[in-house]
Write a protein that binds this ligand. Structure first.
Ligand code: GAF
Length: 382
């Protein structure tokens, strides 16, 4: 967590509202494996990171509430009794959505002011949205003694995303951001919403992200379309979610679904199996197998689930061609954002450099390399 970020939101808050705020840090996340499995009730393997959203929040003593997004230098006053979604793509939907979902649970929120700022680049696929939602719900829970559990808070954040932002996301991002543990990744069962922590120590290897710095449009609608496709195949199979299906089950409805949707469902079933196998490989310290599963995950995301893009595929190909990278894949919803790489420690920088040079040459734009620390979830900063 960046101390500078916390100092910035605090200073602006005090300057603007003349009172001391509560300070909250809410992290973004990575995901080792298990992509697009969360809304299929499956397994994911995320971890909270040291980048995220810092928020300063306090009760307001007048009749309005204010939210101030420092990154965008954008401030908005609003009335808690008249909340409705703003235009698509507006940052305030994350704040309004959380407040509205708390109200829907018959909990009373009073007027408040919030200033926030983040260090996750937009579109990186590291869940700045979940970090923001969690910071708001966590702050309001604290300020107004709402008595919400962490599990309730993440469901509120998720609903805000569904109903105000318009993305029918699963629970991975909000969970990882809220429940993250320092130096650990969490094998999360998205059906029970319970996780098993795994200490991450890859010895002479480490995780490294490379951000394509692109976010292709239509990613939200493509996301929702894929979720609907998975749900309609589950319905056809008479099961609650694809988590309950085997490849053999899927074969029984093959002629009732389009070839494209068949491939998508197949991807989900296989990816779910890969996430479980990855946890076993980690327990056995078998990094070669873990890396192979990560490469296979990308292959499925790109060719079956069709959520990759040229820039992501290019970076994964760079990793495949490098003997020091055991595995690489796109991470998050897709259509841009980061690749996650399992790379040997002493060659990580060199790989980052060579991949960046090749990327620049090919796409005429820069990518960014991030070394991240696995960190604690949403918390108050004293
Ligand atoms: C996005 C969503 F918000 C998550 O719920 C998850 O589905 C992910 O894409 C893909 O694994 O981050």
């Amino acid at each position: 967590m960046s101390a500078q970020l916390i100092n910035d939101v605090k200073a602006i808050f005090v300057d603007t509202f003349k009172t001391e705020p509560i300070l909250i840090f809410s992290p973004g996340r990575i995901n080792i494996i298990g992509e697009h499995t969360d809304y299929n009730d499956g397994f994911v393997f995320p971890a909270a990171v040291d980048k995220g959203i810092a928020a300063a929040i306090q009760k307001s003593d007048n009749n309005t509430s204010t939210a101030y997004a420092l990154d965008m230098d954008s401030k908005i006053e609003f009335d808690l009794d008249k909340l409705k979604p703003s235009k698509e793509g507006s940052w305030e939907n994350y704040v309004f959505g959380v407040v509205a979902e708390i109200q829907n649970r018959n909990k009373e929120v009073g007027n408040f002011n919030i200033v926030f700022k983040g260090d996750i680049p937009g579109g990186a696929g590291m869940s700045s949205s979940a970090a923001l939602e969690n910071s708001v719900v966590f702050g309001l829970n604290e300020l107004f003694n709402l008595g919400l559990s962490k599990h309730e808070m993440i469901l509120i954040s998720q609903k805000a995303e569904h109903n105000y932002v318009g993305v029918n996301c699963g629970i991975m991002d909000q969970y990882a951001s809220m429940f993250g543990i320092e130096n650990h990744a969490l094998l999360l069962d998205c059906r029970t919403v319970e996780s098993k922590p795994y200490k991450i120590d890859f010895k002479d290897h480490q995780l490294m992200l490379i951000n394509t710095n692109v976010k292709h449009s239509l990613s939200d609608s493509a996301y929702n379309d894929r979720r609907s496709a998975c749900e309609s195949i589950s319905e056809l199979l008479g099961i609650k979610a694809l988590r309950d299906a085997t490849v053999a089950d899927l074969e029984t409805v093959k002629d009732q679904v389009t070839p494209a949707n068949y491939q998508k469902a197949l991807y989900v079933i296989e990816e779910n199996e890969r996430a479980v196998k990855a946890s076993k490989a980690m327990e056995a310290d078998d990094l070669e197998t873990l890396g192979a599963l990560i490469f296979a995950s990308h292959n499925g995301l790109s060719n079956q689930y069709k959520v990759s893009c040229d820039e992501l595929d290019f970076l994964v190909d760079q990793a495949k061609a490098n003997n020091h990278v055991l595995g690489a894949r796109m991470m998050g919803g897709g259509f841009g954002g980061c690749t996650i790489n399992l790379v040997s420690k002493d060659q990580a920088e060199a790989f980052g450099k060579s991949a960046s040079e090749a990327y620049l040459k090919t796409f005429n734009k820069a990518c960014s390399v991030y070394f991240i620390k696995l960190s604690e979830g949403t918390h108050i900063v004293k």
